[in-house]
Write a protein that binds this ligand. Structure first.
Ligand SMILES: C[S@@+](CC[C@H](N)C(=O)[O-])C[C@H]1O[C@@H](n2cnc3c(N)ncnc32)[C@H](O)[C@@H]1O
Length: 265
C-alpha cells in the first residue's frame, strides 16, 4: 500500500492552523463524521458506564470527551499531539465545569505516555487515519488497556482499488499518510492480541456527509472562510472535498466502526 511522506509534524501544523479551524466549522467541536449520534452509537457498543476509565486517542478539541463525561459521568483522558488542540480542549473543559472528570495529555499515539492496563476503553473517532503506523497504534492501545478491556473506534478507510492519480491527491488534501482497509484494521487488532473483533462497514452514509460538508462550505461558510483565511484555502477545500465526494460515491473510500476485546488474563 502506498504511503505518503506525511509525518506527525505535518499533521500538527494542520491542527495548529486554519485547516483545523475549518474542520471544526464543518463538523462541529466533535470533529468526526456523524457528530453527537456517532458518539452515542460507539458508546453503546463499547458499554460505557459511570465507572469506565476511557482513553480518547487523538482527542482534538475534547468534544467527545465532554460528551462522554457529561452523559455518563465517566472519567476520560484525552491524548493529542498538537499543543493547540490540548490547550483548547483544556480551556473548553474548564468552561464546561468537567475538569474533575476529564484531563488531557500532550503526546504521540505511537508511544502513549501511560502505564500498562490503565484504561477500560481505548477510544478513537475518525482520527487514526492521520497516524503514520497503525499497527503500532493498535499495539499501544492494547498495552494500556486492562485485560478484558475494550477498544472502540471509527475511522476513514479505503474501500476500493485506486491508482496513484486518485489516491495521492485524496490523501494529500487530508494530510493522511495512508488509510487502512476494513479487513486491514481487523487483522491489526487480531495481531495485537484482541480476542474478539467486530466491525461494521458504515460507508453507506459517507457520501451524503461529504456532500453536506461541501454544501455548508460553499454556502454559509464561504464568506467567513474567505475573509478569515483567504480564497486560496476556500478553493483548495472545495476541490479537496469534491474529490472525496467523487471517491465516496464510487465506493473507493468510506468509514468503518470497530469494537475489540482484549483477552482476560
Ligand atoms: C480529526 S481530529 C480528531 C477528532 C476527534 N477524535 C473528535 O472526534 O473530535 C485529528 C487529531 O488527531 C491528532 N493526531 C494526529 N496524529 C496523532 C498522533 N500520532 N498522536 C496523537 N495525536 C495525533 C491531531 O493533533 C488532531 O487533533
Amino acid at each position: 500500500m502506498k504511503r505518503l511522506d506525511v509525518c506527525l509534524e505535518d499533521v500538527q501544523e494542520v491542527y495548529a492552523g486554519p485547516v483545523g479551524v475549518l474542520w471544526e466549522l464543518l463538523m462541529g467541536e466533535e470533529i468526526h463524521v456523524g457528530g453527537w449520534e456517532d458518539t452515542e452509537r460507539l458508546a453503546a457498543l463499547a458499554g460505557v458506564t459511570a465507572n469506565t476509565r476511557i482513553l480518547d486517542v487523538c482527542s482534538a478539541l475534547g468534544g467527545p470527551a465532554r460528551h462522554l463525561a457529561g452523559r455518563f459521568g465517566c472519567r476520560v483522558v484525552g491524548l493529542d499531539a498538537t499543543p493547540k488542540m490540548v490547550e483548547e480542549a483544556q480551556r473548553r473543559t474548564e468552561a464546561a465545569a468537567l475538569s474533575r472528570l476529564i484531563s488531557f495529555r500532550l503526546g504521540d499515539a505511537l508511544a502513549m505516555p501511560f502505564a500498562d492496563a490503565a484504561f477500560d476503553i481505548v477510544w478513537g473517532q475518525d482520527a487514526w487515519c492521520y497516524v503514520t503506523d497503525k499497527a503500532q497504534l493498535i499495539r499501544e492501545a492494547c498495552r494500556v488497556l486492562r485485560p478484558g478491556g475494550t477498544i472502540a473506534f471509527t475511522d476513514w478507510v479505503r474501500t476500493g482499488a485506486m491508482d496513484d492519480a486518485i489516491y495521492e491527491p485524496l490523501h494529500r488534501f487530508m494530510s493522511f499518510p495512508y488509510t487502512e482497509t476494513l479487513d486491514g484494521y481487523t487483522v491489526l487488532l487480531e495481531d495485537a492480541g484482541f480476542a474478539v473483533v467486530r466491525y461494521e462497514d458504515i460507508s453507506g452514509t459517507f457520501p451524503a456527509y461529504c456532500r453536506e460538508y461541501r454544501r455548508a462550505l460553499t454556502t454559509i461558510l464561504r464568506e467567513p472562510i474567505c475573509e478569515r483565511f483567504g480564497e486560496e484555502l476556500f478553493f483548495a477545500a472545495e476541490q479537496g472535498i469534491a474529490g472525496w465526494i467523487d471517491a465516496a460515491e464510487r465506493g473507493l473510500v468510506g468509514r468503518g466502526r470497530w469494537i475489540g476485546w482484549k483477552a482476560d488474563e
